[in-house]
Design a protein around this ligand. Sequence first.
Ligand SMILES: Nc1ncnc2c1ncn2[C@@H]1O[C@H](COP(=O)(O)OP(=O)(O)OP(=O)(O)O)[C@@H](O)[C@H]1O
Ligand SMILES: [Mg+2]
Length: 392
Amino acid sequence: MLAQPSLENLVRTRRIVVCVGSGGVGKTTTAASLGLSGARAGKKTLVLTIDPAKRLAQALGMPHIGHAAEQVAADKLAAVLGGEVKGTLDALMLDQKRAFDEIVERYTQDAAQRERIFKNRIYQQISSSLAGSHEYAAMSKLHEIANQKQYDLIVLDTPPVQNALDFLEAPERVTAAIDSPAIEWLVRPYLAAGHFSLKALGVGASFVLGRLGRFVGSQFLEEMAQFFVEFNAILGGFRERAREVFNLLRSNDATFVLVSSAEAPAIDEVLAFSERLRLTHMSLGGCVVNRVHERLPPQLSRQELIDELSARPELRGFSLDDIVQVAADLDRTAREFSLLAESDEKQIARLVRGDVPLVRVPYLDTDIGDVAALGTIVRCLMGDPKSVTRLE
Ligand SMILES: Nc1ncnc2c1ncn2[C@@H]1O[C@H](COP(=O)(O)OP(=O)(O)OP(=O)(O)O)[C@@H](O)[C@H]1O
Ligand SMILES: [Mg+2]
């Protein structure tokens, strides 16, 4: 019999789970919680994270998490998951610059060339701030670790992007930026003369570059041209790595979990991303709608609320007028909350797909920075009946 689609089943059967979503929706929290679930399912698990919130890292007992994998202590796992845990959870924080350097190291032929690239200011700039280089580095690290076959499950937390689709387009953007006709145009005189020379250019190009040189300095142009010449030699490596990562993400080993809020633009984005996954033959493993407003239980009447508040010892000494005011405020907040819950449900209904688990995580009134809050998220993701819906 086929197992029902669920996130629990996902962490049991897949080797790579990539959490994507736009900025601040809860990717890191979800990735950590899926990692914890993997450990609970007995897996040797790694969460490859980008920038874990300090409180989350502290809750897992690893405030100084770095570029080398570090294991979450067994007693922490037991505290979050409520009982003895057979698997393990390692966490590793991606150092983007270092991940880039590792690719250069891998593909450069000699030490002198590597040093020239590392020293080049343009490289330093590109490896840390070119659009897409974060995502490229994350995918590359994922590929490297997946190849080592040291873990049963790797959960990748992706960098904050404005738009979740940016993640999939990143490798293309990085290689295109380094490999564009404009750059070639810049590199040509360098190649012809062995150093940056305006003479080797046609009149038009020489005029433009001459003017440009006045703004940015010819030293800068020289460094730029030199960088692209050096980098051109290893660009094939960058492209090859991007291809390999794509093949890995397309394989049966990997699946995506889309994290979103319940707001209309966020749901639009999830739909666009899942379509993009379908077109590129990548698997959509689940959707997590985070910070969902829950419908409040049936309300007390205004008079019942006033009676209840008046009986509270902490409100003793308050005048009846004050209590009536507090009751009115509470009533209004409850009604606003119910409206939000209704609007959330309408949006979530747009994600209906019988074959993909859709999980709601409620808006918790604390930050996810302690063992109890993390435990709650794990339970929601893993099938607390109230939070999991499979809409047909
Ligand atoms: N269900 C929830 N209820 C309350 N707070 C939450 C919930 N989920 C996440 N948070 C809080 O929201 C903040 C953002 O969450 P998180 O860091 O997981 O988002 P992110 O998508 O990784 O953000 P970024 O795009 O910046 O990396 C954190 O402070 C986290 O504790
Ligand atoms: Mg994050």
